[in-house]
Design a binder for this molecule. Structure first.
Ligand code: 13P
Length: 286
């Protein structure tokens, strides 16, 4: 059974200070390509789905696809719901077999966020699932969620109190990171990651992975970012491989869908392989 709880994947990664790539998959082809790269690299991997993707497929159909595609996979895989402010979708995914959820209640005040996140943690425990928490918005709009405005940053004390009192298994701090491509190289508050991990022992989730430098990834992973989110890079590799292939198809007047899919699969696999290696995940499967 390749599907394992999120905590099992992240606790090992935090202890040995490597990062597990969490790819925002968009369809069956991208799920299969990410899994193929993880198998080739003998790496644990996190498949994460946005609320938009869950709604697009329907929860059961998406879960059935993941179940079918992970069936023969012999590396640890976990299925995670990315940023979700909607308790009904959270409950549906927990009941529907997701291994973990990011309850993104950063728009609530911290006290109410803490109260509701505590409830979500209790709900998740009933199905053996895990929870990522968030008290600050990660800048940038992704899959129709989020904002381009920078969010208020809470103090270290508030963040530590939230992590300890909710019992979340993973935490997503805002450290100057943003979703989407960076317009300029970001200045990150890496020390905040070290401080949060030292105070709580809980693994951090690094959001906004696309566009960070190799040095930034390596430093943040060494400080305790055990989960490293990659979405934009997957979308770009998928779409750009498709575009290049379609331009060529138009010139040659040859329209063969399986050839298009092969092209896109190869591009997504290459993108996934590169990140898995960079994060130190290769050879870490158990
Ligand atoms: P990017 O789109 O910048 O890779 O960020 C992904 C992410 O953090 C998903 O939650």
């Amino acid at each position: 059974m390749p599907v394992v709880p999120l905590k099992e994947i992240l606790d090992r990664a935090l202890a040995d200070r490597y990062g597990v790539a969490a790819f925002n998959v968009v369809n069956d082809l991208s799920i299969e390509a990410v899994l193929a790269a993880a198998v080739e690299e003998r790496a644990p991997v996190i498949l994460q789905t946005s609320v938009k993707t869950v709604r697009q497929y329907g929860r059961k159909q998406l879960h059935d696809i993941v179940t079918a595609l992970t069936a023969g996979v012999d590396v640890p895989v976990t299925l995670h719901l990315d940023h979700c402010p909607d308790r009904a979708v959270i409950s549906g995914c927990l009941a529907g077999g997701w291994n973990s959820v990011l309850f993104d209640a950063h728009e609530l005040d911290v006290a109410e966020n803490l109260r509701q996140t505590t409830e979500v943690v209790a709900e998740a425990r009933r199905t053996g699932a895990h929870v990522e928490g968030e008290i600050e918005g990660i800048q940038g709009v992704e899959d129709d969620l989020g904002s381009d405005e920078a969010s208020t940053i809470q103090s270290l004390e508030v963040a530590v109190d939230f992590i300890k009192n909710t019992g979340v298994d993973c935490f997503a701090p805002a450290i100057g990171n943003a979703h989407g491509q960076y317009r300029q190289a970001p200045t990150l508050n890496a020390q905040r990651v070290s401080d949060l991990v030292a105070a709580t022992g809980v693994p951090m989730a690094l959001h906004g992975g696309t566009g960070l430098s190799d040095e930034q990834f390596t430093d943040l992973i060494a400080r305790g970012c055990a989960k490293v989110n990659i979405s934009t890079a997957l979308k770009e590799s998928f779409m750009q491989a498709g575009l290049a292939f379609l331009k060529e198809a138009e010139e040659r007047k040859k329209w063969d869908p399986p050839s298009l899919f092969r092209h896109q699969r190869a591009a997504v696999m290459e993108m996934a392989r590169r990140h898995i290696r960079l994060f130190g995940g290769s050879g870490r499967a158990w």
